[in-house]
Design a protein around this ligand. Sequence first.
Ligand code: C2O
Ligand code: CU
Length: 470
Amino acid sequence: VPALSNMTSPFSNLTNANTMIPRFVHYYEIEIKPFQHSIYPDLSPANLVGYDGISPGPTIMVPRGTESVVRFVNNAHANSSVHLHGSYSRAPFDGWAEDTTAPGEYKDYYFPNRQSGRMMWYHDHAVHITAENAYMGQAGVYLVRDPAEDALNLPSGYGEYDIPLVLAAKQYNLDGTLFSTVGERISLWGDVIHVNGQPWPFLNVEPRKYRFRFLNAAVSRSFSLYFVKTSNAGGLNAKLPFKVIASDSGLLEKPVQTSYMYISMAERYEIVFDFSSHAGQTIELRNFAKAGGAGVEDDYQDTDKVMRFVVSNTTASADTSVVPAQLRTVPFPRPKTRRKIDQHFKFHRANGQWLINGVGFAEANNRILANVPRGTVEIWELENTTDGWSHPIHVHLVDFRVIWRRREGRRVEKYESEGLKDVVWLGREETVLVEAHYAPWDGVYMFHCHNLIHEDDDMMAAFNVTALPD
Ligand code: C2O
Ligand code: CU
């Protein structure tokens, strides 16, 4: 557990007037355990490890403002630490990399769930083995449901017209077992694209609007997603339009219409796709992003394919859902004038290691790179000085606004800046500015590259949100 400044109990807000009123807390138990999954029918199954023995793990859905406690029981063979990515958890429940739970032990995690509606995800964060644990299957969806969002009449019905699509990329050995990330690797791209645990799956849909909640849970692979009619497959010019309605930290201010969407590791984007004019057709979801990284530009044969949607001829009932022109008022509006840069972080490679400002997470005495008084708004400049790799940067605790980016001919995409995020893709030799409000708690939190191989080796550091001055 990291050093905490001025730690108060997460339940301390209950100690005032109504201490005698019992308070309802959602309680879940999830067991981390080995399981097998056959990808190739005639070959050996892959040995995986997942939450409750499935991957993605069970989806947790809680109403906004209701607290939860999740007991993660480690019945696997490796240490675990669980991070609820997107939650402003108190530091002891944030999945600090060294706060590991050994096989045979459990840890109870407390989550406040007071943030606006959003798709978060829980995944392993154990020091040096995060990539391996996540790749083996330790990732699951955690949704905060928000009544304000339900009132918008977006396509709804979880698992029916509102569907999470968790992307991953894996690689298999000739005997059907999983090709492991262990060893001297600096990225793991994976040549078999998975959605919700299945390779290149299809989904039967009706000719109506759907809400799809994308999460990129891959270890190293980013995607540029687009939809195309199968008859036009391969035709980048025939990309079909869709609306992005939410990102990492929930709804955007307004929907953003686009025909492609770049999603790097750990990012979430939610979209509405309308199949109503495609009755009886097959629509493909494809990818035009290359794996990237020095020397692997040509990528694999089928990594341009993701999944397909088989559209029926009729709907079960009339589609009355809508995509309103205004989705919500996003907090912390974009500043009118450019403020000064408060912190500068350089993501780079030196002496065979991935580092931030010359420091790796293993340097316990140096790894707190910033002290931020609680309640402060800061602009952080994130700079990638490597030309062969990109780094999706995740800052724990906060939601930030992406306000500026330079290099690779890219600008901030409208769907990146129309809402708040907790991961920003940092392209090769690119610099990005993000603005965040360092609240609501004090504590030491991690920030890092979400290419999990980079994170393990050692592109992770910490910042300390300090108590308010007297
Ligand atoms: Cu999704 Cu620190 O991680
Ligand atoms: Cu990286």
